[in-house]
Design a protein around this ligand. Structure first.
Ligand code: KG4
Ligand code: ZN
Length: 349
C-alpha cells in the first residue's frame, strides 16, 4: 500500500518526524527521529535485570514486560522530543526479526496509534535498523559500503548499495556471533548478558589457548561459530573432569580473539573484493572493544575507513528503526496497513 500521492509530495518538502517503536527482544524502546539523522528522543526501557536471574531472555516474560512499559515509554519519548503526536508525520515499527510475542506488542501498539491518529505506518526490519544506527552516529556516512552485521541473532556481511538496496554476501551457517558469546559466558559462569562480560574480563586474560576446531568455511564469506563454541565447552568440561582450575579471563580472551580475527578477516576481504573503501559495523557485538581494535588496525593497514555505531546505538533501540524507516518511506511512500503482523525471521534482501 502507498501513501496518498499529494500527501507524499508535501512530506518531501518538509522535515519528517517519525515516531519509531522497537520491542523485538528485551528492550522496549520508542524514539522520535527527524529526517533519518537527528535523534529528538530515544527512550530505552531495558529488561536486562529481569532476565539476568533466568540466565537469558525468557520470551513470555519479555512480552509481558513490553505490555507494561510501552505506553509510558511512548509518552516519555514524545515529551523528551518536545513534540505532540499531532506533530509526528509517520509511525514506524519493527515487525521482525525477533521474539514473536515481544514483536507483537510493538506491532499492535503501532497499529493502534496509526489508526487513531491517522498517520502512515512503516514496517521496518530490525536488521536493517541496526545498519541505520550508523547514519545517526556518522552524519557524513552514505552508501555504498560493506556492512559487518554482528548481533545476538544475526551475523552477516552485507553489500549496502543504496539506503534501501542491500545484497547478502555471507552469513552464519549456525550460531550468530552474539549467541556464541552468550553461550560461552554461561559455560564459564559469567551469566547473562554474556557479550559485555566476556569483553570486560578478557582485558585481564592471555590470548594463548587454542580451541581446536575445523574451519570448513575458510574460503567463503560465511561464518560458523558452533565449532569454536563446542571447543570451549569441551575444554571447560575436560578441565572439570581432571579437577583442574580454569582461568576464565584466558578462556574469554582466547575465544574473543579467535572470533574477532575471523570476523575482521572476512569483512576486510569483502571490502577489497567488492571495490569499496568503507566498512560499517552494526549490531550488539559491535560494542566489543577487541573487535573494534582489530578492525581499526586492519582497516588502517588496508586504507579502509571504519564506522562503528556509538555504544548506545549498537544494541537494540528505536532511533535506528526511525532512521531506516525514513529512507524506506521516502523512497516510494510505501506504508503498511492494519493487516501487518510480526515475523520471527525476515530475509535479508
Ligand atoms: O543487536 P543486539 O542488541 O540484539 C539483537 O538484535 O540480537 O545484540 C545483542 C548481542 C548479545 O548477544 C550481547 O551479548 C552482544 O550483543 N553484546 C556484546 C557486547 N555488548 C553486547 N558482545 C560482545 N561484546 C560486547 N561488548
Ligand atoms: Zn538487535
Amino acid at each position: 500500500m502507498k501513501i496518498d500521492k499529494s500527501k507524499f509530495e508535501s512530506l518531501k518538502k518538509k522535515s519528517v518526524k517519525i515516531l519509531a517503536i522497537e520491542s523485538s527482544c528485551d528492550e522496549t524502546s520508542i524514539a522520535v527521529v527527524e529526517d533519518g539523522r537527528k535523534i529528538l528522543s530515544n527512550i530505552i526501557a531495558t529488561q536486562i535485570e529481569i532476565h539476568t536471574r533466568f540466565g537469558g531472555v525468557v520470551p513470555e516474560v519479555a512480552s509481558r514486560n513490553h505490555i507494561t512499559a510501552i505506553s509510558n515509554v511512548c509518552e516519555e519519548a514524545l515529551k523528551t522530543a518536545g513534540v505532540t503526536l499531532d506533530e509526528i508525520d509517520a509511525i514506524a515499527v519493527t515487525y521482525g526479526a525477533g521474539l514473536l510475542g515481544a514483536l507483537l506488542v510493538g506491532v499492535s501498539f503501532s497499529k493502534g496509534l496509526s489508526y487513531m491518529s491517522n498517520k502512515p505506518l512503516i514496517a521496518v526490519s530490525h536488521i536493517k535498523g541496526h545498519i541505520a544506527a550508523n547514519y545517526l552516529t556518522h552524519q557524513d556516512l552514505k552508501p555504498p559500503f560493506i556492512c559487518l552485521m554482528v548481533s545476538g541473532g544475526h551475523t552477516a556481511i552485507i553489500n549496502v548499495k543504496t539506503y534501501t538496496e542491500i545484497e547478502l554476501i555471507g552469513t552464519t551457517v549456525d550460531d550468530a556471533v552474539g549467541e556464541a558469546f552468550d553461550k560461552v559466558a554461561r559455560v564459564v559462569g559469567l551469566g547473562y548478558p554474556g557479550g559485555p562480560k566476556i569483553d570486560n574480563i578478557a582485558k585481564q586474560g592471555k590470548e594463548d589457548i587454542v580451541f581446536a576446531h575445523k574451519n570448513i568455511l575458510a574460503n567463503t564469506y560465511n561464518f560458523s561459530f558452533s565449532g569454536i563454541k563446542t571447543a570451549v565447552i569441551n575444554y571447560v568440561h575436560t578441565k572439570e573432569q581432571k579437577h583442574e582450575e580454569i582461568n576464565v579471563a584466558d578462556i574469554c580472551a582466547s575465544f574473543q580473539k579467535a572470533v574477532t580475527d575471523e570476523l575482521a578477516n572476512k569483512a576486510i576481504k569483502a571490502v577489497k573484493e567488492y571495490g569499496q573503501n568503507k566498512l560499517v559495523v552494526a549490531g550488539g557485538v559491535g560494542a566489543n572493544s577487541k573487535l573494534k581494535e582489530v578492525l581499526q588496525r586492519e582497516c588502517e593497514k588496508n586504507g579502509i575507513t571504519l564506522y562503528t555505531p556509538s555504544l548506545k546505538l549498537c544494541t537494540d533501540n528505536a532511533a535506528m528503526i526511525g532512521s531506516y524507516a525514513y529512507y524506506q518511506f521516502m523512497k516510494d511512500g510505501k506504508i503498511a496497513d492494519l493487516s501487518l503482523t510480526a515475523k520471527s525471521t525476515v530475509e535479508l534482501k
